[in-house]
Design a protein around this ligand. Structure first.
Ligand code: ATP
Ligand code: MG
Length: 431
């Protein structure tokens, strides 16, 4: 017997009940982004593999082991399902010369793909909302990006999301720090785990980011990047903090926050919660001034962040924010050939006025249809039998509150529905 086909491990179906919450969440997110003047951009899900290698860095978890890469069977191109959006967004901005029109505030959302070990809050297909500010050099835009996150947590009613902040300085400053860090780690090489030993000569900064509890003492005492920052980097870092303090946003400077991608410089930040177990980072970002040039564009500064939608929704649902599924305003019940035709006219007349209408499909007795009307959660039923149909009339019956059935013409139906849904309103049901 053939086995039923299943979704790929770590790639989830989002079923209607959850998908409604997703849409509600996306509505809030869109309004929030608009209120900061960010514009949508949509990029392909598949990109040339070289884009991610160049943007994210060869010696990163993503490029080393997490990418879904394949050869196009038809023409042999090396392609990858995008593991993140920044590289694509910058690629698109360069390709279409968006920066020639001035700095750009952009956002996108959609699925990302990483071959990781699936667990709570960590999937192989997951979703991000990405926000990128291209062409802005100052600490003001870094602070704006952080401030806008804080406002979203507020809009969603999320508590317990804390801000961690660090500066990675410039590449020169990182190089000087790297030399000292390397010397320090080499002197303690016997204490490093396998991953640490492997990273020692490729990407020692990432060792600071280790989650291995045995290494915490070692990395706590390691040389700190902040001690290698020059005046410009320090002033930038200070500039971000002044605005955060003015806005009353608490933060903690985390010297070990180095981020997993190579392209960051200066400001980096993460929003973390203790409510989601091990996968506690809901949003991460920072400045990446070198990336536009690295991908072949005219040099331009940039900063941005990405939020993990699954993790945010888990947090939102814990905070009780997820909305109850929306019930229809009206369920249309009809028995008989003529009645069905009137039912379609009545339903469309109501939708014309903006009402949410479920028309019964599939036949059945009045009794069984009324049961369906009731369990749909609709506020009212429109009822049409052969007699009503012959007279060009419909019945309107409240399903949730008191009130008798009214007999109405199709023309007067919308007003009657409006009156019974919004009895306090004076106007005649314009939604
Ligand atoms: P982590 O340390 O958890 O692996 P990361 O540094 O790889 O995170 P980023 O590349 O910065 O994550 O992505 C930004 C956000 O996207 C993360 O903070 C997280 O909320 C979310 N995210 C990243 N990878 C996954 C995944 N596999 N499943 C679900 N969400 C994810
Ligand atoms: Mg990761």
């Amino acid at each position: 017997m053939s086995q039923n086909l299943q979704a790929v491990r770590g790639m989830n179906d989002i079923l209607p009940e959850d998908a409604e919450s997703w849409e509600h969440f996306e509505d809030i997110v869109r309004d929030w982004l608009r209120s900061y003047g960010y514009k949508p951009i949509r990029m392909p899900i598949v990109e040339p593999t070289a884009l991610f290698k160049r943007a994210i860095g060869e010696v990163t978890d993503i490029v080393e082991k997490e990418m879904y890469s394949f050869e196009d069977a038809l023409n042999g191109e090396h392609l990858t399902l995008r593991p993140e959006g920044t590289a694509s967004c910058v690629r698109a901005a360069i390709q279409h010369k968006l920066l020639a029109q001035g700095p750009q505030r952009l956002y996108y959302q959609g699925p990302m793909f990483r071959h990781e070990r699936p667990q709570k809050g960590r999937y192989r297909q997951f979703h991000q909302i990405g926000v990128e500010a291209l062409g802005f050099a100052g600490p003001d835009v870094d602070a704006e990006l952080i401030l806008m996150c804080a406002r979203l947590w507020d809009d969603l009613g999320l508590e317990d999301v804390r801000l961690e902040l660090n500066s990675l300085g410039s590449s020169d400053e990182r190089a000087r720090h790297r030399a000292e860090l390397l010397a320090y780690l080499e002197a303690h090489v016997d204490q490093l785990d396998e991953d640490g030993k492997r990273r020692l000569h490729t990407n020692p900064l990432r060792i600071l980011d280790t989650k291995n509890p045995d290494l915490q003492g070692l990395v706590e005492a390691a040389p700190r990047l902040v001690d290698f920052l020059g005046d410009d980097s320090l002033r930038h870092f200070e500039g971000v903090q002044v605005i955060l303090k003015d806005a009353g946003i608490p933060y903690r400077i985390n010297h070990r926050l180095v981020r997993g991608l190579d392209y960051y410089n200066r400001t980096v930040f993460e929003w973390v919660t203790t409510r989601l177990g091990a996968q506690g980072t809901v949003c991460a970002g920072g400045r990446y001034d070198g990336l536009v040039e690295q991908l072949g564009g005219k040099p331009a500064p940039a900063a941005g962040f990405a939020m993990g939608v699954e993790r945010l929704l888990a947090l939102w649902s814990e905070a009780g924010g997820v909305a109850a599924p929306e019930a229809p305003d009206v369920y249309v019940v009809h028995v008989g050939e003529q009645a069905m035709r009137v039912a379609f006219r009545a339903a469309e007349a109501l939708r014309e006025h903006g009402f949410v209408v479920l028309t019964h499909c599939g036949g059945g007795s009045f009794k069984s249809q009324m049961k369906k009307a009731d369990s749909s959660g609709a506020a009212m039923a429109v009822i049409i039998g052969e007699d009503e149909a012959a007279a060009g009339e419909v019945g309107l019956k409240p399903l949730r509150g008191p009130g008798a059935q009214q007999i109405l013409t199709i023309e007067s139906l919308a007003d009657a529905v409006a009156e019974s849904l919004f009895p306090e309103d004076d106007d005649d049901g314009d939604l």
